[in-house]
Design a protein around this ligand. Sequence first.
Ligand code: GRF
Length: 209
Amino acid sequence: MTLNKKRIAVFASGFGSNLQAISDYMHNNEVNGYISLVFSNNPEAYALNRAKKMGIETYVLKPKDFTGREEYDREIASKIESEKIDLIILAGYMLLLTPWFASRFRNKIMNIHPSLLPLFKGTQGIKDAYEYGVKITGVTVHFVDNELDHGPIILQEGVNIDDSDTLEDLEEKIHRVEHSLYPKAVEYFCSQRLEIQGRKVIIRELEKG
Ligand code: GRF
């Protein structure tokens, strides 16, 4: 069965190392999709430079140019719809999506979070786990719903915190795992292997032929 290549938009506010990792993986492997747009709320985001270097269209809207967050998200949504985007990937996107946006693209938005959810939600997942003193933390890729860091979990991988690890060591370990885990989740989506059953995401075997 041949599937149409999925069109992907990556939302990023900062460094964009996950954008890079996903794009590199897609180039080096036969993934049934491609990144056709990189969106940012931040004109200074290094992720935009990466996108330009890779020849990917960029799109920037500043929240302060809009009267409210829903108006802002509606403008983004019309771009996503006119570009016929199949999947939105949040990769270090530092704005909360409005419930309106999350509902409109239900089961079509993925996020990566640097902890084993539901532990250590929020913007400081790595630091919070480190300071709490847990021995194992990790990375979660999940679909986005109306609650922060909450939607159905696609993939998780644990990371050991050794006694000798500094916070910087842990950050490095986490990012390494992120860069291998996120592309895999995207690949599964593109080959239509993800089936959402309530809170659970089943990863189906690849169909032959
Ligand atoms: C990652 O640690 C991700 O887990 C979190 O934001 C960070 C983004 O990093 N959501 P980058 O911009 O992809 O380098």
